[in-house]
Write a protein that binds this ligand. Structure first.
Ligand code: COA
Length: 328
C-alpha cells in the first residue's frame, strides 16, 4: 500500500503588537544595539504584554488565520499538534485550549515538547497521521510566549527571544507535499539549555522562585557550537538521502536562533543567501514559531514544485530537517 502524502494548505501567524527594540534593551541591561545585531542579527522582537493572554491566545489567532487561508472549517480538523515549551498550564494542554476556542469539535490533540524543534517535530507527527490515513486534516502549531520564562536582567538570554505563534493546516496532497524528514534527540546532561524548575523534579517553591530557577538558562557558546553543527549536519543528511544538491533547493527555512548559525548552515548546504528565509531581525528567536513565521512571510514567493528544506535545532537537545515540495 503506497502512503498518502501531506501538504501545507494554509498558513497563519500571530504577532503581539509590542515591539521591544535593541534600543529599549539598552535601558534594561548592559548591552548595545551594535553588539546584538552583529552577534545575533536581531534588531527587535515582539512581546505579549497583556497579562491575561498567553501561548494559547496566540496559537488560537494563528490557527484561525491558517484555517481561513486553507479554506477549511474548524470542524473538519481531525487533530491538533502544538509544539511549545511555554504552555499556558502544565495541563490542560495548550492544544486542548485551542481546540475549544476555534471550535474544532471533531479534533483530538496534544502539546509536544521539543523546544525550537517543536514545530518540525509537530509537522512530522501530523504528516504521519495523514500518510497513514488516520487523519485527513491536521492543524500544526508552533507557539511560544518566551517572555514568560526569560530573565530580563540576564543580558546573555533576554536579547535573543520573542513571543509569537505560527500555524499550518495539513491536508492530503495530490502532488508534491512533505516528502521526508530526519529528526534527532540527544538528552543533554550538560545542562546547556534548560528551565530547571516548574517540573516534577523541582516543583515551584519559594526557593526555586527566589533563585530564578524558572527562567531559561543556557550556555550560549556551547549551544551555538552544537546548533551550528547540528542544523547543518541534518540539512546535509536530508539532502544526501534525497539526492539533492544546493542547486536543486529553492528555499532553506531555518530556525531563527542566530544569523550566524543560519549563514553557516546555508554555506555548508551550498546555498546563496537569496535562497534562505531570514526574518530574525524583526522577531528574534520565537522558539517553536520561527519556521511558520518564515513560511508566512515568504508564502507569496513560493512556486509550485519548489524544493524546500526546513531545519531546526533546539533544547533537549533536538534537531531535525524536513524536505517538502511546495504545492498548495
Ligand atoms: N551585550 C553585550 N555583551 C554581551 C552580551 C550582551 N547582550 N551578552 C554577552 N556579552 C558579552 C559576554 O559577557 C562576553 O564578554 P567577556 O568576553 O568580557 O566575557 C562577550 O560578550 C562574548 O560572549 P559570548 O557568550 O562568547 O558571545 P557569543 O559570540 O557566543 O554570543 C550568543 C552569545 C548568546 C549570542 C551566542 O552564543 C548564541 O547565539 N548562542 C546560541 C543561542 C541559541 O541559539 N539558543 C537557542 C537555541 S535554539
Amino acid at each position: 500500500m503506497s502512503l498518502k502524502r501531506a501538504k501545507i494548505s494554509g498558513i497563519g501567524r500571530y504577532l503581539p503588537e509590542y515591539i521591544l527594540t535593541n534600543k529599549e534593551l539598552e535601558t534594561m541591561v548592559e548591552t548595545n544595539d551594535e553588539w546584538i545585531r552583529s552577534r545575533t542579527g536581531i534588531s527587535e522582537r515582539r512581546i505579549l504584554k497583556d497579562p491575561d493572554k498567553a501561548t494559547a491566545f496566540m496559537a488560537t489567532e494563528a490557527a484561525k488565520e491558517a484555517l481561513a487561508d486553507a479554506n477549511v472549517d474548524a470542524s473538519e480538523i481531525d487533530m491538533i499538534v502544538l509544539g511549545t515549551v511555554t504552555p499556558d498550564y502544565m495541563f490542560p494542554s495548550t492544544a486542548a485550549l485551542v481546540q475549544k476556542r476555534i471550535g474544532a469539535v471533531n479534533a483530538w490533540g496534544f502539546d509536544l515538547s521539543a523546544a525550537c524543534s517543536g514545530f518540525l517535530f509537530a509537522l512530522s507527527t501530523g504528516t504521519m497521521m495523514i500518510e497513514s490515513g488516520r487523519a485527513k486534516k491536521v492543524l500544526v502549531i508552533g507557539a511560544d510566549k518566551m517572555s514568560s520564562i526569560v530573565d530580563f536582567t540576564d543580558r546573555t538570554t533576554c536579547i535573543l527571544f520573542g513571543d509569537a505563534a505560527g500555524a499550518v493546516v495539513l491536508e492530503e496532497a495530490d502532488k508534491g507535499g512533505i516528502i521526508d524528514f530526519v529528526h534527532h534527540t540527544d538528552g543533554d546532561e550538560e545542562c546547556s539549555l534548560y528551565q530547571h524548575a516548574g517540573g516534577s523534579l523541582n516543583p515551584a517553591s519559594l526557593e526555586t522562585v527566589k533563585n530564578g530557577k524558572h527562567f531559561l538558562t543556557q550556555d550560549g557558546p556551547v549551544v551555538f557550537k552544537k546548533a551550528t553543527q547540528g542544523m547543518a549536519d541534518v540539512s546535509l543528511e536530508i539532502m544526501e538521502r534525497n539526492q539533492l544538491t544546493g542547486d536543486d533547493v529553492a528555499w532553506l527555512v531555518p530556525h531563527q536562533a542566530n544569523l550566524r548559525i543560519i549563514n553557516a548552515t546555508a554555506r555548508r548546504m551550498g546555498l546563496s543567501t537569496d535562497k534562505v528565509m531570514i526574518n530574525i531581525e524583526k522577531f528574534g528567536n520565537t522558539t517553536a514559531a520561527t519556521i511558520p513565521l518564515c513560511l508566512y512571510d515568504w508564502k507569496d514567493k513560493l512556486n509550485e514544485g519548489d524544493k524546500i528544506i526546513l531545519a531546526a535545532f533546539g533544547g533537549g537537545i533536538t534537531w531535525g530537517a524536513t524536505y517538502l515540495e511546495w504545492s498548495k
